[in-house]
Design a protein around this ligand. Structure first.
Ligand SMILES: Nc1ncnc2c1ncn2[C@@H]1O[C@H](COP(=O)(O)OP(=O)(O)O)[C@@H](O)[C@H]1O
Ligand SMILES: [Mg+2]
Length: 338
């Protein structure tokens, strides 16, 4: 090999060492991406980068370059961290002329050995965090997958119910189907939000609850009333255990306004606000309809709507109060954020 070519190779190797240290130093929490970057640096440092591929394995972490396939022409180096062995394998995808170690240079072998030692040391120091990080990411993906399936199954149930209700002519029974369908839709919307969100633990539901309100109102378009609404959902992150009961309660309240409050009226206004402050959440729901009957006792409900509201409020470890106003109805719900 000519001197300038040799120098070029040494420079590439040195550069690779420097870049790998840099990548490890600025490790940002996604270990698989970090290893992917390192593998690209390593393959770039070999004599024939365009036909070089690499794979990495350690514990339950396994990463390969996109072009990787196992060939007989491999250079391997191992490291040990936390009593477990890890390995990097570099392969040429085509047969290349013989050099020092098969087609590889002895300097390349040295470089890979040093890089693997560096990575090993890094894993030794950070193994617990790294493995935890991989596990958390995998669990989160799995959870999302579950939410996706739940949502799809709920949609199937809803389609079945709609088909069944198309066979029914009796208005009251048809209405029961529709109410149930809307309850399922409310849950389904939350599930959808969960599997679409980047980080399942801190979801901002404000957009989702706005969508929910619009979804319910549009489901009852048949009532052909002019219903206006104002929504004030503060950006909030609550857990799914809180979000689903809350969505179902809002669903019951809006449905009641449409069906009862604005009955015999040409339309009405609904105003909903939701805030979470110092660990406490507060929902205020107001409509300007005809108000509740005097004998209405929310604590001792006779119909399913308020039975549900009571049960869901207990699930939230919360409490609600109702105010019958001269012109409408106000519902206030308080519950702890966790
Ligand atoms: N916003 C409201 N305005 C006026 N009346 C209401 C309102 N919400 C509920 N009601 C009354 O309370 C009753 C109980 O509501 P609910 O338990 O949801 O049962 P349902 O909606 O099935 O009748 C309703 O039948 C209705 O008379
Ligand atoms: Mg109701």
């Amino acid at each position: 090999m000519q001197l300038d070519k040799k120098l070029q190779e040494r420079e590439k190797e040195l550069e690779a060492f420097h870049r790998v240290s840099e990548i490890l130093y600025t490790y940002d929490g996604n270990i698989k991406e970090v290893i992917q970057k390192i593998l690209l640096v390593i393959t770039g440092a070999f004599q024939y980068p365009e036909i070089t591929a690499a794979s990495f394995s350690y514990d339950n972490i396994s990463v390969q370059t996109d072009n990787y396939k196992s060939t007989g022409r491999a250079l391997k180096a191992e490291f040990t961290a936390q009593q477990k062995t890890g390995c990097i394998e570099v392969v040429y995808l085509r047969k290349m002329p013989d050099a020092d170690e098969g087609p590889f240079l002895k300097e390349e072998k040295k470089l890979l050995g040093s890089l693997v030692k560096l990575i090993g040391m890094y894993f030794e120091m950070n193994a617990k965090n790294i493995i935890l990080d991989v596990n958390v990411k995998e669990k989160e993906l799995l959870l999302k997958e579950i939410h996706h399936r739940v949502k799809n199954n709920l949609q199937i149930i809803n389609s079945l119910m709609r088909l069944q209700s198309n066979m029914i002519t009796e208005e009251n029974t048809k209405d029961v189907f529709k109410t149930t369908e809307n309850r399922i839709k409310a849950i389904s919307l939350i599930e959808e939000k969960l599997f679409r969100s980047a980080n399942i633990k801190s979801i901002d539901y404000s957009e989702c609850f706005t969508q929910l309100t619009e979804q319910i109102l549009s489901a009852y378009k048949a009532h052909k009333k002019k219903i206006t609404y104002s929504l004030d959902f503060m950006d909030f992150g609550i857990s799914i255990n809180r979000a689903i009961p809350l969505a179902l309660i809002i669903n019951e309240l809006i449905t009641n306004s449409i069906k009862h409050a604005f009955k015999d009226l040409p339309g009405g206004n609904i105003s909903i606000s939701f805030k979470c402050e110092s660990g406490n959440c507060r929902l205020e729901y107001i409509d300007n309809g005809r108000g509740l009957n005097k004998d209405f006792d929310a604590g001792n409900p006779r119909r399913l709507g308020y039975m549900l509201i009571n049960a869901l409020t207990s699930q939230l470890d919360g409490g609600f109060s109702i105010e019958n106003k001269t012109n409408g109805f106000k519902f206030t719900l308080n519950f702890p954020v966790n």
